[in-house]
Write a protein that binds this ligand. Structure first.
Ligand code: FAD
Length: 367
């Protein structure tokens, strides 16, 4: 006989944990299944936007108290050209290993039943097939992030590979204190920023054909350090035995109005290009929105419509910015334009923010 449970959340990343915390606060504690047994590194630039920081605070998690580094400036590089600006919001930088673990522990502390090392293999008709047996649930919340559950694929993304590596280099850390540096190069783009523990996070996306031509991570790194903004990494100490990697991220994915009754959260619902640094805010806010609407008795379809209204515009604008940045001439023109227009970079950063559902008024009206 399958177990009967309260709402079941698949995945204990930001979206799943946020939903669990708010459901517990609403008097509807859930069961959350996370396939990883322990805290772990995740592929992510680890740039926490102002919206993400605010959403965390709303959940009762203080990223600064967890050791987050302040980020106040953004630099954009393409070859020897550069534009820089103060960020229009206070941002932070914190490793996902620390952040996701803190959220999961908080979810458990407020009443969520968190089961770790349990993987969901399929979802159907209010039932989850898991490595710990079948579980039926009053609502199924799919928050498996970058990983699709069997039978529920998102569209394939472009032939691009994401990599993340931590480095240590005292001089570079000093130069980049408070700064996220984004470098566009032929075949991809990379973000470099300090994270807690005196480390630097290099997170990049590279065209698959370009990477296969280079043939290996050391060859890719050798190519990257030919970029003026990344040259100092040649002398930095890599801190992971090998980089974390992911392929075919479906940037631009926006779930419509599904009819299968599943509540899709985070990257399962909307995927904004990474260089905008707002994927975590979307994940957190989708989790919070789902919890609020579920507690009010709304349907999964109504939630999806509401989330789509909030995410469509920033995701589409970010896709336009990404296609400009992918083109060599486009990115040179963009850097020249952004340097010439005071506040241009700050405006672009604002336009690619998702609206905060908890703000008294949304800065981006639903499209
Ligand atoms: C290269 C790259 C760089 C990025 N940089 C940034 C950035 O700097 N700032 C930013 O805001 N966003 C960034 N993002 C986006 C951000 O990482 C995601 O939007 C965010 O992690 C989504 O959160 P989530 O909770 O939906 O999924 P995830 O964080 O992926 O969490 C999903 C969880 O579900 C678990 N899981 C998966 N499948 C199962 C299963 N079958 N059963 C049980 N558990 C399961 C996983 O183990 C994981 O813990 C970046 C993304 C990429 C690809």
């Amino acid at each position: 006989m399958p177990q009967v449970t309260p709402p079941l959340i698949v995945g204990g990343g930001l979206a799943g944990a946020a939903a669990a915390i708010d459901l517990a606060h609403a008097g509807l504690p859930s069961l959350l299944l996370e396939r990883e047994a322990h805290a772990h590194d995740k592929i992510c630039g680890e740039f926490l936007s102002g919206e993400a920081v605010a959403a965390l605070a709303g959940l009762g998690v203080d990223a600064r108290a967890l050791g987050a580094e302040p980020i106040t400036r953004v630099e954009i590089h393409a070859g020897h050209r550069e534009a820089s600006a103060a960020l229009p919001f206070p941002a932070l930088s914190l490793s996902r290993r620390v952040l996701d673990e803190a959220l999961l522990q908080h979810a458990a502390a407020v009443g969520t039943e968190v089961q770790r090392g349990v993987s969901v293999r399929g979802l159907m008709d209010g039932m989850a097939q898991t490595t710990a047996g079948d579980i039926s649930a009053s609502a199924l919340l799919l928050a498996s992030g970058k990983h699709d559950v069997r039978g529920l694929p998102r569209p394939d993304g472009p032939d691009e590979i994401g990599f993340k590596m931590y480095f240590r280099d005292a001089a570079l850390s000093r130069r980049l204190a408070g700064t996220v540096a984004v470098t566009f190069f032929d075949g991809g783009y990379a973000g470099l920023q300090p994270v807690e523990g005196g480390r630097l996070n290099l997170c990049l996306l590279v065209d698959g054909a370009h990477y296969r031509q280079l043939g290996s991570w050391p060859a890719l790194l050798a190519r990257l350090v030919t970029e003026p903004a990344l040259a100092a990494l040649a002398d930095a100490e890599p801190l992971l035995p090998r980089p974390l990697a992911i392929s075919r991220v479906p940037y631009g994915h926006l779930v419509g109005t599904p009819t299968d009754g599943l509540w899709r959260l985070g990257d399962q619902a909307a995927v904004i290009p990474s260089f905008c640094g707002d994927g975590m805010a979307i994940a957190l806010e989708s989790g919070r929105l789902a919890a609020a609407m579920l507690a009010q008795g709304a349907t999964a379809a109504a939630y999806s419509q509401e989330l789509l209204g909030r995410t469509r515009r920033p995701v589409r604008l970010a896709m336009v910015a990404l296609s400009v940045a992918r083109h060599p001439l486009g990115r040179l023109a963009a850097i020249a334009g952004l340097s010439a227009i005071p506040g241009g970079l700050a405006l672009l950063a604002r336009l690619t923010r998702v609206a905060d559902p908890h703000a008294p008024e949304s800065r981006l009206a639903p499209a």
